[in-house]
Design a protein around this ligand. Structure first.
Ligand SMILES: Cc1cc2nc3c(=O)[nH]c(=O)nc-3n(C[C@H](O)[C@H](O)[C@H](O)COP(=O)(O)OP(=O)(O)OC[C@H]3O[C@@H](n4cnc5c(N)ncnc54)[C@H](O)[C@@H]3O)c2cc1C
Length: 299
């Protein structure tokens, strides 16, 4: 049983004022996971309940000035700093206008209180399959900017999730920002989340799509699946079945079946692998149908 009234375990608390100070405080040999936090909405309950062993030193990134920003430039795209809160992303006019699936995904994470504290970067670094920001970030083809004492490197969001609870971050490396490319002209995007108890519950399955339709044909399609497989994934076979083909209800239904058949679905206490496969088909069909019928975002 989880006992939330337990005291925090003992660790050294460090609150650096810059990224360089944070990197210097990291233990170079251990994984970065759980050594740093931003909102703390994942890390602090785990430390309190002893779900994880406390590291000797915990580094609070929230005090680093200049890491909370949402910066959109036409032709360059969107940059989200590591301390940008979920709420800021959900309500940002730039995100709502140019990356609607991401705004929807952020707005469906937990409660208002949690959204004001937690961050999108914390959501992906936690690396659970049900992270609601992951399918939209996959569909929007995001990149993760990782920084270490050796400099910066960019990891595609599709390569960032390695295994449940494991990311592509190396020892001594933290995430500095997430970048989204400028949306192509006429792009439409949708995120749908299936959860038993609505917003306060984790997704059974979440699906995000981005599509560009020209002359009645799918010019570009990306499909991100959350909570479906052990890590958030793209439904690449379904994307290939759609690209270059004329938009129709039959084609969308075929692609949805391909997405379901080609996903290595997981079982959990929320749903069986079989149920998840059924729901992937339903949600991929619905997101694609909705995306092909809604007006494009302004780019
Ligand atoms: C009641 C409740 C309901 C929830 N419901 C949902 C939900 O519906 N959907 C959903 O997606 N999530 C949900 N969550 C999970 C959670 O709120 C999110 O994962 C949140 O986005 C985490 O952000 P944070 O800044 O608080 O992360 P933190 O707790 O600060 O960190 C999370 C992890 O990321 C690492 N980390 C954080 N920042 C960095 C960085 N810059 N570089 C490297 N590593 C880093 C930490 O070491 C830690 O391992 C829920 C949580 C609770 C408690």
């Amino acid at each position: 049983m989880t006992l939330f009234y337990r005291r925090m375990p003992k660790f050294d608390y460090v609150r650096p004022g810059s990224v360089a100070e944070a990197l210097a405080a990291l233990s170079p040999d251990a994984p970065v996971r759980n050594q740093v936090f931003s909102g703390g909405t994942d890390l602090i309950p785990k430390l309190k309940s002893r779900a994880i062993k406390a590291p000797p030193r915990v580094i609070d990134l929230k005090g680093i000035a200049g890491l909370a920003y949402i910066d959109f430039k036409p032709g360059e795209g969107l940059r989200l700093g590591a301390n940008t809160t979920i709420r800021e992303v959900a309500q940002s006019s730039s995100v709502l206008t140019h990356y609607p699936a991401l705004a929807t995904g952020a707005g469906l994470i937990a409660s208002n209180q949690l959204q004001h504290r937690g961050t999108i970067v914390g959501n992906i670094c936690n690396a659970v399959p049900s992270a609601d920001s992951a399918p939209p970030l996959l569909a929007h083809d995001a990149q993760v900017v990782c920084v270490s004492a050796d400099g910066e490197r960019i990891v595609s969001i599709a390569d960032f999730f390695v295994a449940p609870g494991v990311t592509a971050l190396a020892a001594g490396e933290i995430v500095k920002e997430i970048r989204l490319p400028p949306p192509p002209s006429g792009e439409r995007s949708v995120y749908l989340k299936l959860a038993s108890r609505g917003r306060m519950d984790l997704a059974v399955v979440g699906v995000a799509v981005t599509v560009v339709v020209g002359n009645g044909v799918f010019q570009q399609v990306r499909i991100g699946l959350g909570s479906a497989a052990p890590i958030p994934v793209r439904a690449t076979q379904a994307e290939m079945a759609l690209k270059g083909q004329r938009v129709s209800a039959e084609l969308i239904a075929q692609a949805a079946a391909i997405a379901a058949a080609n996903t290595r679905t997981r079982s959990s206490h929320r749903a069986s692998a079989e149920y998840r496969r059924e729901m992937i088909e339903v949600l991929v069909r619905r997101t694609l149908t909705q995306a092909t019928q809604t007006p494009p975002s302004q780019s």
